[in-house]
Design a protein around this ligand. Structure first.
Ligand code: PLP
Length: 372
């Protein structure tokens, strides 16, 4: 009987994971900023504790249900850079009993609701105001005529402790060159420090300026004035990060081991990992990266085979275009580097952590599916 897990299964290189954690921590330390990793990528308290041991100041979670899992694991400083709705005040209050918690707001009426809920409970909630630095998802418009007034009013609300400003330059994922990436980061820094200066000038204390994403992280040393960075993807990295020059293939820690289950035509091979394993996310990059993952033709290949393209995924099939002389036959095992690691882990109950000898240890994805 084989002791190896059945395919498809996710494998995490322990040495690459450790190196990624150390590299980002060294970058933050060198830049003189706190590192507060986003845990949405791994959803694993075990990995969060490795990040904290390496020097992280706390963690981020997207959702309260994730935060509850990390709090259960003994993690005591959690930030939710997500516009949590005040209908969840009961859950926030119960988390406040056991962790230092902060959330973001980008709306005066919502902030006032949080203020009422906290005041009624006799508690104080740390908040940062989310600023839109060009991603156009959430956040106050830094160019709005009353933005300083609005943040000043939020900062004065009882039951809230205004900590500062927070941004996520998610448009970095659409950058078409390293120069564009650098320009996006510089613009984020300018907007955030400029707004902080205006607030400070009008008497509002801005203790924290929190920014962060993996593609922009390497520019952190040039982001003068910021106090915190919040990358998440960097622990595993993925094909998109390689496409954005934020990683090399040799840095990527998470891959999927898959088996060829059919070779129905000379130019087509089918893997047993479809959208329920790889997701349907496309890859981003400075140049277009076709397909649903990069295929390493053997388990120990160091570079993916560019002649194999995962053209399509259905739920349990990856349809690969292959050269006619490809060695892929039913039973052959490959590794696939996902386009987007963060969505892949949310499909897995557990990952397999591999040591340098190839021994595998189960690593539960404890916050998997915690999306509420
Ligand atoms: C608000 C926020 N902060 C930080 C991050 C981490 O960025 P990345 O996934 O590029 O590491 C994300 C990612 O989605 C995010 O939405």
């Amino acid at each position: 009987m084989s002791l190896l897990p059945r395919t498809p299964y996710p494998i995490v290189s322990g040495s690459r994971l450790a190196a990624n954690i150390q590299r980002m921590q060294a970058l933050a330390t060198h830049a003189g900023v706190q590192l507060r990793p986003h845990t949405k990528t791994h959803k694993s308290p075990v990995i969060a504790l490795m990040q904290l041991d390496a020097g992280a100041s706390g963690v981020c979670c997207a959702k309260l249900s994730e935060a509850e899992i990390f709090a259960d694991a003994g993690i005591t400083d959690i930030r939710l850079p997500y516009p949590v709705n005040p209908s969840n005040a009961d859950r926030v209050l119960s988390l406040l009993d056991r962790v230092t918690l902060s959330i973001i707001v980008d709306d005066e009426a919502v902030a006032a609701e949080w203020s009422r809920a906290m005041t009624a409970a006799g508690r104080t909630l740390n908040v940062l105001v989310k600023v839109d630095v060009g991603f156009h998802r959430c956040g106050v418009n830094p160019d709005a005529s009353d933005v300083v007034g609005a943040i000043t009013r939020i900062a004065a609300l009882p039951g809230l402790s205004f900590r500062g400003l927070l941004s996520h330059a998610g448009q970095a994922y659409n950058a078409e060159s390293p120069y564009a990436l650098a320009a996006i980061t510089a613009r984020e820094t300018g907007i955030m420090t400029g707004l902080a200066t205006r607030l400070r000038t009008s008497g509002v204390a801005v203790e924290e300026i929190s920014v962060g994403s993996t593609p922009t992280a390497s520019f952190a040393p040039s982001q003068r004035g910021i106090t915190e960075m919040r990358p998440g993807n960097y622990v595993f990295l993925d094909r998109t990060q390689v496409g954005l020059a934020a990683a090399t293939y040799a840095n990527c820690a998470l891959t999927i081991v898959a088996t060829v289950v059919s070779r129905p035509a000379p130019d087509r091979a089918i893997l047993d990992c479809g959208s329920k394993t790889l997701t349907s996310d496309g890859a981003r990059g400075f140049t277009p990266l076709p397909g649903f993952g990069a295929v390493f033709v053997d388990l120990d290949s160091v570079e993916p085979d560019p002649t194999i393209v995962i053209d399509r995924v259905s739920e349990e099939h990856a349809v690969c275009r292959v050269p006619e002389d490809s060695p892929l036959r039913p039973g052959h095992r490959v590794r696939v580097l996902p386009n987007h690691a963060c969505t892949v882990t949310n499909l897995m109950d557990q990952l397999w952590l591999a040591d340098d000898q190839g021994a595998l240890t189960p690593l539960p994805v404890a916050a998997r599916g915690r999306i509420w």
